[in-house]
Design a protein around this ligand. Structure first.
Ligand code: XIL
Length: 341
C-alpha cells in the first residue's frame, strides 16, 4: 500500500482538532516543511530548546531547509575551502527526526562568497568555479537531499535574465553547467530552479517557462521549479493555481519553497483573519496541482522570521506567533489541505 493510503487510513480516526500540517499534506501525497536557521539550534548564538523541540515535530514538518547554511558564502568562503558546519547543524536535527531535506542553494548572486566576484574571472574560469562549487557541495550530501535549488533568483521582474556576475561573464550556459554538475554529483536529488514573484501569472513566470522549456530541449537535467512564495497579506495573485499548473505542464515538479505572508504591523484580528484565508488559498492551489509536490514555510515562528529585518514596518508572516502559539494561519493551512475547494 502507498504511504499516503496508509496515512489516510490512519487519519480518518484522528479528530481534525489534533491533525497537523505535514500529516494532512501526506494525505494529498505532498509534504509540508519549514526552513530553519542556525541561531536557535544547539551551537548557535541563541540556543532555544523549545524551538528545536517544535522543529522536530514530524507531524507538522516533514521536510527541512537550512535557511543559510548551504549558501555559497557559508559553504565555500574561500576558493576550494569548503565548510559544512552550519548546514550540518540543521541537517543533523532533520536526520535524527527522519525529516527530509531541501538543499538551498548552489548558484545565487546574493550571499555569495566575495571572492567569486572580486576575482574578475573570465568565462572559462567562472564556469569551472560554478562546476566545482556545485559538484562538491552536492556530492558532500549525496543521497541525503530530496531537492536542490541549483539556481536561485536568475530573473528580473520583466522576465529577462538578471545581470549577475554569472550571467554577465558566462551567459545562459551557466545554467547547464550548474545543473549538470549537480546531477553528476547526486543523481537521485531532484534539481530545481527557484525564484520569487513567480507565484502568479506574469512576465517573470513567463521568463521561467521559456527558460525551462529551453533547458529541457537541450537535455539539461532539471526536475522542478521552486516558487518562493514571499507574499503580502491581502495582496496575493489570484491565479496561483493556474501558474503552478503552467509550470507543471512543462513536465517538471513544482514546490512552494519559502512561503511567508507578511503584514503591515501592528497585527490586528482582521489582518490575522485575512492571513488565514491567504494561507488556505496557497495550500489549496498546491493541492489542486498534481505535480505540486509540497510546501515549505520560511521558518515556522514569527520569532525567527527574516521579514522584520528586511521589510521595514512589516512582520508576523508565519503560522506561529513569537511565543510559539498557533495563529489563525495555522488553521488556514490545515483547511487548505483538508477542505474541498
Ligand atoms: C534570507 C534569510 O532568511 C536571511 O536569514 C538572510 O539574511 C537573507 O536570506 N530568498 C531566498 C532566501 O532564496 O535564501 C532568502 O533567505 C529569502 C529570499
Amino acid at each position: 500500500m502507498h504511504i499516503s493510503a496508509v496515512v489516510s487510513a490512519v487519519l480518518v480516526v484522528v479528530p481534525a482538532a489534533s491533525a497537523q500540517l505535514n500529516l494532512w499534506a501526506l494525505t494529498s501525497g505532498k509534504y509540508f516543511g519549514t526552513a530553519s536557521d542556525n541561531p536557535p539550534l544547539p551551537g548557535g548564538s541563541t540556543p532555544d530548546p523549545k524551538y528545536v523541540k517544535k522543529l522536530s515535530d514530524t507531524l507538522d514538518f516533514g521536510v527541512i531547509t537550512p535557511t543559510n547554511g548551504l549558501k555559497w558564502f557559508a559553504t565555500e568562503p574561500n576558493r576550494g575551502n569548503f565548510t559544512f558546519a552550519d548546514a550540518d547543524a540543521v541537517l543533523n536535527i532533520a536526520k535524527r527526526n527522519g525529516q527530509r531535506i531541501r538543499g538551498h542553494t548552489c548558484v545565487w548572486h546574493s550571499q555569495l562568497a566575495p571572492w567569486v566576484e572580486a576575482g574578475n574571472f573570465n568565462k572559462k574560469e567562472l564556469t569551472s568555479i560554478i562546476h566545482d562549487h556545485c559538484h562538491t557541495v552536492v556530492k558532500h550530501y549525496k543521497g541525503q537531499i530530496l531537492h536542490w535549488d541549483v539556481v536561485n533568483e536568475a530573473f528580473n521582474e520583466d522576465g529577462t535574465f538578471r545581470e549577475t556576475v554569472f550571467y554577465k561573464t558566462i551567459g545562459e550556459s551557466y545554467f547547464a553547467t550548474a545543473f549538470k554538475a549537480a546531477r553528476a554529483a547526486d543523481p537521485k536529488a531532484k534539481l530545481f530552479i527557484n525564484d520569487y514573484n513567480i507565484d502568479g501569472l506574469g512576465p517573470k513566470s513567463t521568463g521561467m517557462v521559456n527558460l525551462v522549456k529551453k533547458l529541457k530541449k537541450d537535455k539539461v537535467p532539471i526536475d522542478g521549479i521552486g516558487v518562493q512564495g514571499h507574499l503580502v497579506v491581502g495582496q496575493l495573485p489570484t491565479n496561483i493555481r493556474e501558474n503552478l499548473q503552467q509550470f507543471a505542464d512543462l513536465g517538471v515538479d513544482v514546490a512552494i519553497t519559502e512561503l511567508d505572508i507578511r503584514m503591515d504591523l501592528p497585527v490586528t484580528e482582521a489582518k490575522l483573519e485575512q492571513q488565514r484565508k491567504d494561507y488556505e488559498y496557497v495550500i489549496a492551489s498546491c493541492k489542486a496541482v498534481k505535480r505540486c509536490v509540497g510546501v515549505t514555510i520560511w521558518d515556522w515562528t514569527d520569532k525567527y522570521s527574516w521579514v522584520p529585518g528586511v521589510f521595514a514596518g512589516e512582520g508576523a508572516p508565519l503560522p506561529w506567533d513569537e511565543n510559539f502559539n498557533k495563529k489563525p494561519a495555522y488553521y488556514g493551512i490545515l483547511d487548505g489541505w483538508v477542505k474541498r475547494h
